[in-house]
Design a protein around this ligand. Structure first.
Ligand code: T3D
Length: 262
């Protein structure tokens, strides 16, 4: 049997590929557990400065594997709250909380929780042929895996409600122009762009990237005054780093910086 997640270590970063292409990489329990293990291994690896998350085949991820939700097996009162608590919510928190940047390379359709897991990543690149679908309403559910949060935060209520209630497939280029993702790129350039970005992050001031994530995540819930305080505290920490000294020295000496992530 194929590995349901492929974890490929490159020089300074990792590529994690969801690998159930016959189901458009829909999540079953095995794929959740394998993805968790791959992320654990990246986190434990001092040399992993970035992650690229992508999908095998023509889709990125079609959300929950509905074959595992057959009502004739599941019965009348399935506890989907429990499955969110066990799998999807920890995954979203994990992606947000990682120190290293996570780049999502959306290679094809991203539906249901598959779309919202992409939005939980730090930088989302999508192939121009990809689409984002809040498929939930088609099966009588609400957006999860952070969907109601990402859509409302990035797009506002009007577009969030329309996407959630109509399950309209949002093309990658519209997702980019609406500010939901970073950019849409030619299909055949997707992985080259994603890995070039990962490589540049891995060779960059990785401690500063972690602090940047922390500051930007704090911004949503803060007033300007509170956010200025967050920046003061985190910039102080960045200012103590060797990377800051190296960055300024390299600038003054007109040479490339040699960052060490500390
Ligand atoms: O349950 C909980 O724990 C709560 C959490 C829920 C999170 C969720 O994500 S709920 C939402 C689940 N996802 C969906 O409802 C999406 C279902 N899929 C689709 O609507 C369509 O497949 C797509 C729009 C994504 C793509 O359409 P298309 O026409 O490009 O492909 P297709 O022919 O529909 O799919 C290709 C194959 O993948 C097909 O299998 P087959 O017929 O070739 O053997 C299809 O059944 C399979 N597939 C696609 N999505 C899923 C799936 N199989 C199982 N589960 C899927 N989600």
């Amino acid at each position: 049997m194929n590995d349901v997640v492929i974890h490929e270590r490159r020089d300074g970063y990792s590529i994690i590929t969801l690998n159930r292409p016959e189901r458009l990489n829909a999540f079953n329990e095995a794929q959740h557990l394998a993805l968790r293990a791959a992320i654990d291994s990246c986190e434990a690896d001092q040399d992993c400065g970035a992650i690229v998350l992508t999908g095998a085949g023509r889709g990125f991820c079609a959300g929950q594997d509905l074959a595992d939700r057959d009502p004739t097996i599941l019965g009348d009162s399935p506890d989907l709250g429990m499955t969110l608590e066990t799998y999807y919510n920890p995954l979203v928190r994990r992606l947000r909380g990682l120190q290293m940047p996570v780049i999502c390379a959306v290679n094809g359709v991203a539906a249901g929780a598959g779309a919202n897991i992409a939005f939980a990543c730090d930088i989302v690149l999508a192939a121009k042929s990809a689409k984002f679908i809040q498929a939930f309403s088609k099966i009588g559910l609400i957006p999860d895996a952070g969907g109601t949060y990402w859509l409302t935060k990035h797009l506002g209520e009007a577009r969030a409600k329309a996407l959630a209630m109509t399950a309209h497939p949002l093309p990658a280029e519209d997702a980019a122009s609406w500010g939901l993702i970073w950019k849409a790129v030619d299909d055949d350039a997707l992985m080259a762009e994603a890995t070039a970005l990962a490589e540049s992050f891995a060779n960059g001031p990785t401690r500063a990237f972690a602090l940047t994530k922390q500051a930007i995540h704090a911004a949503s819930g803060n007033s300007l005054e509170e956010q200025l305080e967050v920046e003061r505290a985190l910039q102080r920490e960045a200012g103590w780093s060797d990377d800051y000294k190296e960055g300024v020295a390299a600038f003054l000496q007109k040479r490339p910086a040699n960052y060490r992530g500390r």
